[in-house]
Design a protein around this ligand. Structure first.
Ligand SMILES: [Zn+2]
Length: 223
């Protein structure tokens, strides 16, 4: 469909084979919008009519959401793939929007998080226990614990020095989806807390780590 946004009268648009035209004059309802060359219909009026129809038709909302649900279930994979492509294409825009939204609503989200933690004290406690257990299980017997504590001290030092809280990040997550990292010095690094939370369980490179009882194996990072 070819759109024409230069100023054209209908006849000119038709002569040139355009499907739409724009005169620069508002319609009788006051829309300054493109019109269809085939029947002069203003696009603003068309969308108004559609929303009036949606509002006055009983059961429209329910039918529409049932249709959307069925479509989602039927075409889930291709819809997801399409969304992914769209996201990749506009990645910078997405990031920019998310950042702006976060910095605008930071206090609100922090407050909500606090309330959630208070209301869900039991799951907070449980996940802390699980995290400690995971860390214990991922710590080989042969590892030098004082080296590990040095990294935690470094995170503490960075937090004080920069004023930004630093967390100790597992480069390969302990509970990754495909690989599991170890709680060993070469899998640990101090990073700003927000970066750590943003990273989650994601892993940007393939890593071969030493096994739990093999002190000789060398970890290899392939970027
Ligand atoms: Zn109109």
């Amino acid at each position: 469909m070819e759109m024409c946004l230069h100023l054209f009268e209908r006849r000119v648009a038709q002569d040139r084979g355009f499907t739409h035209y724009f005169t620069g004059r508002p319609c009788s309802k006051g829309h300054l919008r493109t019109r269809r060359a085939s029947n002069k219909n203003c696009l603003g009026c068309i969308s108004d009519r559609a929303s009036r129809y949606r509002e006055k038709t009983p059961g429209y909302k329910e039918a529409r959401s049932a249709y959307d649900k069925a479509r989602w279930e039927e075409k889930r994979d291709s819809l997801l793939a399409m969304a992914k492509i769209r996201y990749q294409k506009n990645k910078e825009k997405h990031l920019e929007y998310t950042r702006a939204h976060w910095s605008k609503n930071k206090e609100k989200y922090k407050g909500l998080n606090k309330i959630w933690r208070l209301n869900n004290a039991e799951s907070v406690r449980l996940s802390s226990i699980l995290r400690k257990k995971r860390t214990r299980q991922a710590t080989p017997k042969w590892v030098n614990r004082s080296e590990i504590s040095l990294i935690y001290k470094e995170a503490w030092r960075l937090s004080i020095e920069t004023g930004i809280p630093h967390h100790v990040d597992h480069i390969v997550p302990l509970n990754g989806d495909n690989v599991c990292g170890l709680h060993v010095p070469w899998n640990l690094r101090p990073i700003p807390w927000l970066e750590n939370l943003k990273k989650g369980k994601r892993l940007d490179f393939i890593v071969v780590t030493a096994s739990l009882d093999d002190a000789e194996a060398t970890p290899t990072l392939i970027s």
